[in-house]
Write a protein that binds this ligand. Structure first.
Ligand code: SF4
Ligand code: SF4
Length: 416
């Protein structure tokens, strides 16, 4: 494993961290303990020393706590979890939530504590008005909390304001080759690093979109470049390439992860791994993907892929499910994934996925996009700021096969 220094925290953190949100069972809100144990055990064996959960991931903190206890790995791991600031209405809520988290995680301390998804300075000001700074100082002096940071899905303009609002030890940002100018972006990464903070990256694979869900044309570009033996002789940015590292870029996921870790400002990339095999694949990449190790040619390949994805991609859904459940029974991420597939692959693939995601024909499309009643419950929950009801309308128009003109429009626009 490759380790990087954690800014102000001064710890050695594995360049790859284990995101626990997508453990098997996550879709139904019941993470599977046996699978979680197998994943955590393999992660530890392969040198990963950081794992990330949150109060708001259903059943996840309790699952992580039980797995760590059964494996005897609590002290071997840096455990990170998050405060749901939207659930803090009174100062007493801070203690109440932390007590629950410590109980769920079966521990007496949380090594890295994040304010979850703080997107605007006003949200931090609200917490300040409840005395959060004094509360954090007290918890730290009592040893219940270690490093303090925040996770971010807000605008590029607000990010520096938040960086300077508190002496954070670290921040967690969404960052990948499609998001260089989105949310905190590259400018935010550099700004946080320049302030001496650790920068942890979430969504390096954009919820799997940069792995198996890439458009066929983008997959072809990566596959051809991955097989090209001449890449081994290309000189990197200011240094020659390690010939052996070529094997690390055989899959789209490898390219995406290597691109993130190529940035010296990144302390660690979090990946939501769902099996021990996936841990092995990602660790193999993280071992080799040192800062500045991608060649100019490889970066050019990524630029071509970005061009293709931007041309084909339509809805920037990462599948995080923060918008769920929907009272109308709509599988929101499933609908958006089908919609994107209808552009990236074919209209027929999209329709097929849509029928499955919305309950299938036998259940008369009980969760179809057209059932949105615009109650507004999902609005404001989406970190990607997707106008969910409007986009569901687009999904229904495009993917309901009997919708007037859907077939003609779909077939024509799939090949745009
Ligand atoms: S606005 Fe539509 S999609 Fe959102 S929660 Fe309400 S019914 Fe569901
Ligand atoms: S619509 Fe937004 S909140 Fe819902 S799954 Fe997609 S990215 Fe997450």
């Amino acid at each position: 494993m490759q380790y990087r220094q954690d800014g102000r925290g001064g710890r050695r953190i594995s360049a790859l961290g284990l995101g626990c949100m997508r453990f098997p069972g996550f879709a139904i809100g019941r993470p599977d303990l046996r699978s979680a144990e197998a994943i955590i055990a393999r992660a530890h064996e392969r040198g990963i020393n950081y794992l990330d959960t949150a109060y708001l991931y259903p059943g996840n903190e309790a699952c992580v706590g039980a797995a760590l206890q059964r494996l005897g790995l609590r002290d071997a791991m840096i455990v990170a979890t998050k405060l749901p600031h939207g659930s803090c209405r009174r100062p007493e809520d801070l203690d109440r939530i932390l007590d629950i988290q410590l109980r769920r995680l079966r521990t007496d301390r949380i090594d890295c504590y994040l304010i979850h998804n703080i997107c605007a300075p006003a949200q931090w000001k609200h917490l300040q008005s409840m005395g959060i700074e004094a509360w954090l100082a007290r918890q730290r002096s009592q040893g219940r909390l270690g490093a303090v940071g925040f996770s971010y899905h807000g605008s590029a303009a607000d990010f520096p304001v938040l960086l300077d609002a508190y002496p954070w030890d670290f921040c967690q940002i969404q960052y990948n080759y499609l998001n260089e100018r989105y949310q905190a972006g590259t400018a935010g990464l550099i700004a946080a690093h320049a302030r001496g903070m650790g920068v942890f990256v979430m969504e390096p694979l954009l919820g799997g979109r940069l792995a198996g869900k890439l458009p066929d044309e983008a997959k072809r570009i990566l596959a051809e470049a991955g097989r090209d033996p001449t890449r081994a002789s290309v000189r990197g940015r200011g240094r020659s390439r390690d010939v052996k590292s070529v094997s690390a870029l055989e899959t789209p996921a490898a390219w995406a992860l290597a691109w993130v870790l190529d940035h010296a400002e990144v302390t660690m990339a979090l990946s939501g791994m769902t099996s021990a095999e996936q841990v092995d694949e990602n660790v193999d990449i993280a071992c080799r993907a040192e800062p500045g190790s991608m060649s100019a040619d490889e970066l050019d390949v990524i630029a071509r892929v970005v061009e293709v994805v931007e041309r084909c991609g339509r809805i920037a859904c990462t599948g995080c499910a923060y918008c769920m459940p929907c009272p109308a029974g709509i599988n929101i991420p499933g609908c958006f994934s089908a919609y994107n597939a209808s552009f990236a692959h074919s209209w027929f693939t999209g329709v097929q996925q849509y029928l499955i995601a919305s309950g299938g024909l036998r259940r008369f499309l009980s969760g179809s996009a057209s059932r949105c009643m615009r109650c507004g419950r999902c609005l404001g929950r989406c970190p990607q700021k997707i106008a969910i009801p409007d986009r569901l309308h687009d999904v229904a128009r495009r993917l309901t096969p009997w919708y007037p003109g859907a077939y003609r429009r779909g077939v024509r626009r799939s090949s745009d």
